[in-house]
Structure formats: C-alpha cells, structure tokens
Write a protein that binds this ligand. Structure first.
Ligand SMILES: [Zn+2]
Length: 361
C-alpha cells in the first residue's frame, strides 16, 4: 500500500527549529517531495507521545480481556491522546494481531508478568516457584519485544506487608538469562526491600519505584537503570491502603508512607541523573489515554516541563529504540497548536497525528 506524499512545516522538537518536513513511502525526508500534499503549515511537531507503562489486554477491575474489539479500543484511546508508541508492561493476552492494524500505535511488549504463586492480581501473571523463574524468564523473553516483566514485590499475607517475591540469587540468575535472550528486564516494585537485589543484579528498569531511597537512587544513576514512576497510579495508593486497612494495617501504613514521599522520590531520581520515563499504568484501574496527565504529574513532582515532555516523548522513544523526526526515520509525529514545552496542557489537544506515514484519527 503506497500512501500519498505529505508535507508539514512547523517547529520540530526537541531541536526547536522551524523546518519543512516531507513524508514519502512512510518515512521522513527533509528533501522537498514534488507533488506532496501540505497537511499542516505551522504548529509544533513532536515525534509522538510514549506511554512507557500501560497494559493492553487488562480491562476494568484488573481482569484479563481477550476481546479484539476491547484491546483495539484500548490502543486507540492511547493513540487519540497522541501516543504513537507504547510499552506494554505485561499482558495476559497475546495482542500481536494488533500489529497488523495501521491505525494503532507501535506496541513494545514485555510478555506476561511473572510472579511468585499468589503474589499478584489473580489471573494476570504467569505464577512460578523461584526454582522455575529462569526458565519462565527465557520463555517470556521470546514472547515479548525485548522486555521481560517481573513482579518484584507484593503484599505477603503472612507478613502483612509488602515483601520481595524472589531470593536475590534467583533474581540475579533470571536477569542474566533475560540478557542472554537479548531482552531487558523490568520489575514492579512499590516498596524498598526488593530493590537492592534487583538493582545489584543489573536490572534495566524499575516500575513505580516508590520505595527508592537515596542510596538506591545513586546505584541506579551509576548503572543507568531507568524508572517509570506511574504517578497516575500512585494516586491510588491511599485507596489501596484503605482497602487493606482492616486485615493488613502494616501494609496500609506502608502504602500511605510511600504515597506521601512519591513526588520527592521522583524529583531525587531525576536530579541524580536516573532516566525517568512517563507511563500511566493504564489497564485495570486506570483508563487508557492519560499520558498527558502523567507528564504533568512528573512536572508537578519537580521535573522541568521540557524534561517531563521528553520523558513522555523523544527520550522515551530513544530508550525503546525508536527514531524521532529524522531523515529516513519512520514517519510518526503529532502536531500541536502551541509549544507544549511552555504549556503541557497543550498535550490534551493534539491537532494532527501521522503514524507510519499516514494521517490517523
Ligand atoms: Zn502496570
């Protein structure tokens, strides 16, 4: 299928220069293309937003949804918000059929969550004993698109509080195995105790990371380990605390403490040089399409507005191995009427989306 050549002009971010950009055969070029249709003459051109942590295939209430119309709509809701690439941070459903749909954002998958038995939301994760973790990590590395997702901590009902899911030596072997398979590893953690083992083993990213301490942030900065704070989801911590209060008061108090320090943790990680990326954790309790809220939350936590935008756009694309608005790159961009670096609320109103060289939405 050949799409007609397109022409746009505007301020190209992150460079910030006014340029003319052409799209031909699904790719950008800065060389004029005769006969190209001009679709935008002004505005700010960014290489699309990135939701670096969401779930396609998890529906309301945290249930697995193996319905093509529902998963397609989840991806469409992300795209309509300006998300042209997302990292699916664990899905019980193999949604690879969505890759054939040119209307949908690019999806970088992490396979299924891997959790210890009865240590995650029921029905979502592959649940394995520690002895089987390495083999399962290899299997999920082959199922995903270069990422493996571990559940690093969860409530331990015996302890009555958050606790690590895996012995440190087992998780270290699992991370080695994933790297041998060519996959990066990330882990869900809310609390602190699972983090030293994961970080010392060379994990590539931490999801949520609300339990990070100054020492652990220093370790991440020196190792280049990223964090995706999912502040939109951290807003639910007081609700989690209230729901667990009667049976698990220690857990409830931990969740309230983590909530209270969450903004300061994100700011400290950013200031220490830890790569911070924007992810909403949509799927389950959070609607898809809220990336602008997460970018604003990163700004409110203390990131400069431009850094918060980078965390949900060009920096995140580079981290996922996707190009930006460059000669020869796949033509993905979103046009805004105003400079989103100056006013992040602009992100709520994308004017035009080009994905794989076609206008979508
Ligand atoms: Zn998640």
């Amino acid at each position: 299928m050949t799409s007609p050549a397109l022409h746009l002009a505007g301020v190209v971010l992150p460079e910030g220069e006014h340029r003319d950009v052409w799209v031909r055969d699904g790719r950008f070029t800065f060389q004029p293309v005769p006969g190209a249709e001009t679709i935008s003459r002004d505005g700010w051109l960014i290489p699309g937003l990135v939701d670096a942590h969401c779930h396609v295939g998890i529906g309301a209430g945290g249930a697995s949804v193996d319905d093509r119309e529902v998963t397609r709509q989840q991806a469409l809701d992300e795209r309509d918000a300006g998300v042209l690439a997302l990292r699916d941070c664990g899905s019980p459903v193999d949604t690879r059929y969505l890759d054939d749909d040119p209307e949908l954002p690019r999806i970088v998958r992490a396979g299924r969550h891997i959790a210890a038995p009865r240590r995650y939301i029921p029905g979502l994760a592959v649940e394995v004993d520690p002895a089987d973790l390495v083999a399962e990590v290899r299997a999920q590395a082959r199922r995903g698109d270069g990422w493996v997702k571990l559940v690093g901590d969860w409530i331990d009902r015996g302890v009555g509080d958050l606790a690590p899911e895996w012995p440190a030596d087992v998780v270290a072997a699992a991370i080695v195995a994933a790297h041998e398979e060519g996959a990066r590893v990330t882990a869900h953690t809310f609390g602190t105790d699972a983090l030293p083992g994961l970080l010392r083993a060379g994990i590539d990213c931490i999801e949520h990371g609300s339990g990070l301490t100054e020492d652990l942030i220093g370790l991440m900065a020196s190792n280049g380990t990223a964090v995706v704070p999912t502040l939109v989801n951290v807003e639910n911590f007081p609700g989690f605390a209230a729901a667990g209060e009667a049976r698990f008061p220690a857990y409830a108090s931990t969740m309230r403490r983590l909530y209270a320090s969450s903004g300061a943790v994100v700011r400290a990680a950013f200031e220490a040089g830890v790569p911070v990326f924007a992810g909403t954790d949509a799927g389950g309790g959070i609607e898809h399409g809220r990336i602008a809220d997460e970018i604003r939350a990163l700004r409110d936590a203390g990131l400069p507005a431009e850094a918060a935008l980078a965390a949900g756009s060009w920096a995140a694309r580079a981290w996922l191995g996707l190009a930006c608005i460059e000669e020869g790159a796949a033509a993905d961009l979103v046009v805004y009427d105003a400079d989103p670096r100056r006013d992040l609320d602009t992100l709520q109103r994308p004017r035009l989306r080009v994905l794989r060289g076609r206008v979508v939405g």
